[in-house]
Design a protein around this ligand. Structure first.
Ligand code: ZN
Ligand code: FE
Length: 253
């Protein structure tokens, strides 16, 4: 199946997964309906399902209009049943949902919100992480504890290394600047920064990123990397305190 990136609002991404043979499609986190409708019309796709990672307006804004227009069904986590507009199918933690013969693993990753989930498309080796993991960053904590977020990031980290990560926002350049500020003299980070900033200048998205790169370079996944913590002088902090420190620094960056 093909995955299409649909820029929405100021810096959001919705994603359309298309079965080339049947022309059936699902959309993940439609922030707004117009860009999604345009793509579906141009490519003559049937929107069967709308998948939401969490209830925030910039992820569900297009739900009702798309549902009405295409008679689609809306999916979300069971604990978000009163917060996701138009929800039809309630998903459980660790459930395998099926789209067009392709298995999709759903996992509960609280922290950004209390009912946030990710969708991992096994055949496509692709995960839709919403506002939990960003490229070189992670979501702010609105409804969860630091411990919950660390555990949620661990769940994403345990997916196969070659997993492609499709996240909810184009925050990559700012995230990289923050990583470079703390992880000084990391030449790999500088290379990434050069590569991605030239893409952004050419209006190309930084997504998808690869999990392997994130594990190596994303500071928010380094809470249990002792060598790294030593390198930046935070070896005395435990996993959660380290994560809290980094998250708080980023909130004020
Ligand atoms: Zn959000
Ligand atoms: Fe968001």
């Amino acid at each position: 199946m093909d995955i299409h990136i649909i820029p929405c609002l100021k810096d959001n991404y919705a994603y359309i997964v298309e079965n080339k043979k049947t022309k059936n499609a699902c959309v993940i986190d439609p922030s707004e309906s117009d860009p999604v409708i345009n793509f579906l019309k141009t490519n003559k796709l049937n929107l069967r399902y709308i998948l939401n990672t969490h209830h925030h307006a910039d992820h569900v804004g297009g739900n009702l209009e798309l549902k009405k227009k295409f008679n689609s069904q809306i999916l979300g986590f069971e604990k978000d049943k009163n917060r996701i507009p138009g929800i039809d199918i309630l998903l459980n933690d660790k459930q395998i949902w099926n789209f067009e013969g392709s298995d999709v693993l759903v996992e509960h990753v609280p922290g950004h919100t209390s009912a946030h989930i990710f969708y991992y498309f096994k055949n496509e080796e692709s995960v839709f992480t919403g506002d939990t993991l960003f490229s070189f960053g992670c979501g702010r904590l609105f409804e969860g504890s630091y411990l919950e977020m660390v555990n949620s990031l661990k769940k994403i980290r345990s997916l196969p290394l070659k997993t492609k990560i499709f996240c909810g926002h184009e925050y990559t350049i700012n995230n990289l600047k923050f990583c470079m500020e703390l992880d000084k003299n990391n030449s790999e980070l500088k290379e990434k920064y050069n590569e991605i900033s030239s893409n952004i200048k050419n209006k190309l998205p930084s997504v998808p990123c690869i999990l392997d790169d994130e594990i190596r370079l994303n500071i928010f996944l380094k809470f249990d990397d002792l060598n790294f913590k030593k390198r930046i002088g935070l070896e005395d902090l435990n996993e959660v305190d380290f994560f809290k420190k980094i998250r708080d620094l980023k909130d004020n960056f």
